[in-house]
Design a protein around this ligand. Structure first.
Ligand code: NI
Ligand code: MN
Length: 226
């Protein structure tokens, strides 16, 4: 699989020729100013929850590309009201077979209000299973024992986990999350974007290394094979 990082928690994975974008937040991310949001092509957008730092560019990308947007029932209804009609509502615990593979919605311990104050339903993570491999994006979340269920559903090739602390897991909890989901290759997200979530990248890599794991921190705009 190929993964491109667009800053904060926004990344795109390509599976079977299908482009899948997660949590687009580019226009308002100072660190991603070299990314032209209007150049991003995608077949799908998956939204983990309704906070602005995960959906700020979702409506514009969806309207320009006509891609399918997958999110909670409540965010699906909100998107429909914004004029985005190509949506697929899901909710925690449910799974669906798409043309690239199967996605199961997992528990995330967080909150999910939309920018205009609308209720966004429950925050979620996503477990992707495909012929090219499996991965888990936890979304914004605390460390939770529910993560121990993940390896009972799929053997992961990589996990995408927040590491910035304050709003989500810190590095130490993300190392434990990697243990819970039984995955030694982790892409770190949700760090350094704002003052509250600045981290020391070398210390973060060392913490994962000390636990026999690899922390990948691709540069914004970088594509990696994973
Ligand atoms: Ni959030
Ligand atoms: Mn967030």
């Amino acid at each position: 699989m190929k993964l491109t990082f667009y800053g904060h928690s926004c990344f795109q994975v390509t599976i079977g020729g299908k482009k899948i974008l997660f949590d687009p937040f580019i226009t308002y991310n100072e660190l991603a100013k070299d990314i032209d949001v209007n150049q991003i092509e995608t077949d799908y957008i998956f939204l983990s929850h309704g906070h602005a730092d995960h959906i700020a560019d979702a409506v514009s990308i969806a309207q320009r590309t006509g891609c399918k947007v997958v999110a909670s029932w409540e965010i699906h209804e909100w998107l429909n009201k914004q004029g985005v009609g190509n949506t697929h509502p899901m909710n925690t615990g449910g799974k669906w077979k798409f043309d690239f593979g199967t996605v199961k919605c997992t528990v995330a311990q967080h909150s999910s209000g939309l920018p205009d104050g609308s209720y966004g339903g429950n925050p979620m993570g996503f477990l992707f299973s495909s012929g090219e491999g499996n991965f888990y994006y936890s979304g914004d979340t605390a460390l939770t024992l529910d993560m121990q269920l993940i390896p009972t559903w799929a053997k992961l090739d990589f996990a995408v986990l927040p590491i910035g602390d304050n709003f989500t897991m810190d590095v130490a909890d993300a190392v434990r999350a990697a243990d819970f989901v039984q995955c030694s290759t982790v892409v770190g997200v949700h760090y350094n974007t704002f003052g509250f979530i600045r981290i020391n990248e070398a210390e973060a890599r060392a913490a994962f290394g000390a636990s026999g794991k690899q922390l990948l921190l691709p540069a914004i705009g970088e594509t990696i094979d994973i």
